[in-house]
Design a protein around this ligand. Structure first.
Ligand SMILES: Nc1nc2c(c(=O)[nH]1)N[C@H]1C(S)=C(S)[C@@H](COP(=O)(O)O)O[C@H]1N2
Ligand SMILES: [Mo]
Length: 205
């Protein structure tokens, strides 16, 4: 049997009541905590660019207005931070990575791994397949409002099926690479993949 064409990310939430949607070791919050490893960078939209790279070569680049002219997608998803808070039914909109690849003229990711780069030097890694098929987006809106700077505005990666540290705030560059390369937290001992349902918090979990 092949896997159903449904992901735990964007194509609908997990079925069942709230408790069945909370991964092991997590608890629910109703507020929206801010977790940043450094200061909130000041972003000037005039200079903002989002770039897709195949290794060191740019394969797609959008200025703010161009990015916002791309087809937009709205999703409602659950998010899970490795510090043990989870938040259900968060509503986001932005541009899916599928749409970005298509806009760059690509039918699939150009390489199997991704390193996401942000304003402020944060990085995080994931397999490219975790960004496609409706599983991830570059989000510009939360709850119908432009994303607050503390939460990653003007634009952040949203990869809700992985621990929330993978959802890089102030994302500017998605670099597709042939060899997996650990990002900021992954270098510091957090799990290379980070599936909350398998409680992959730290390397070795
Ligand atoms: N650029 C950047 N992105 C980041 C972080 C960061 O420090 N810098 N923290 C990560 C972590 S650990 C979490 S839990 C979420 C927190 O997002 P929030 O502050 O919107 O809740 O952002 C992730 N993305
Ligand atoms: Mo986190």
């Amino acid at each position: 049997m092949s896997e159903p064409p449904i992901s735990r990310g964007f194509r609908g939430r997990k079925p069942g009541g709230p408790s069945s949607r909370i991964p092991p070791g997590q608890h629910l919050v109703s507020d929206f905590p801010v977790l940043s490893a450094g200061p909130t960078p000041e972003t000037h939209l005039k200079n903002w660019r989002l770039t897709l790279e195949d290794g060191d070569s740019p394969v797609g680049e959008w200025a703010w207005d161009q990015f916002n002219a791309l087809p937009q997608t709205e999703v409602t998803v659950d998010i899970h931070c490795v510090t043990t808070w989870s938040k259900l039914d968060t509503r986001w909109s932005g541009v899916t990575i599928d749409t970005l690849l298509e806009a760059a003229g690509l039918t699939e990711p150009p390489a199997p791994f991704v390193l996401a780069h942000c304003d402020g030097d944060y990085t995080t890694n994931m397999p490219a397949e975790d960004l496609v098929d409706g599983k991830a987006m570059v989000a510009t809106h939360f709850d119908g409002e432009p994303l607050d700077p503390e939460h990653g505005g003007p634009a952040r990666l949203l990869v809700p099926h992985l621990y929330f540290w993978k959802s890089a705030k102030w994302v500017r560059r998605l670099q597709f690479i042939d060899t997996e390369q650990p990002g900021f937290w992954e270098e510091l001992g957090y799990h290379i993949y980070g599936d909350p349902w398998r409680e992959q918090r730290y390397a070795g979990d």
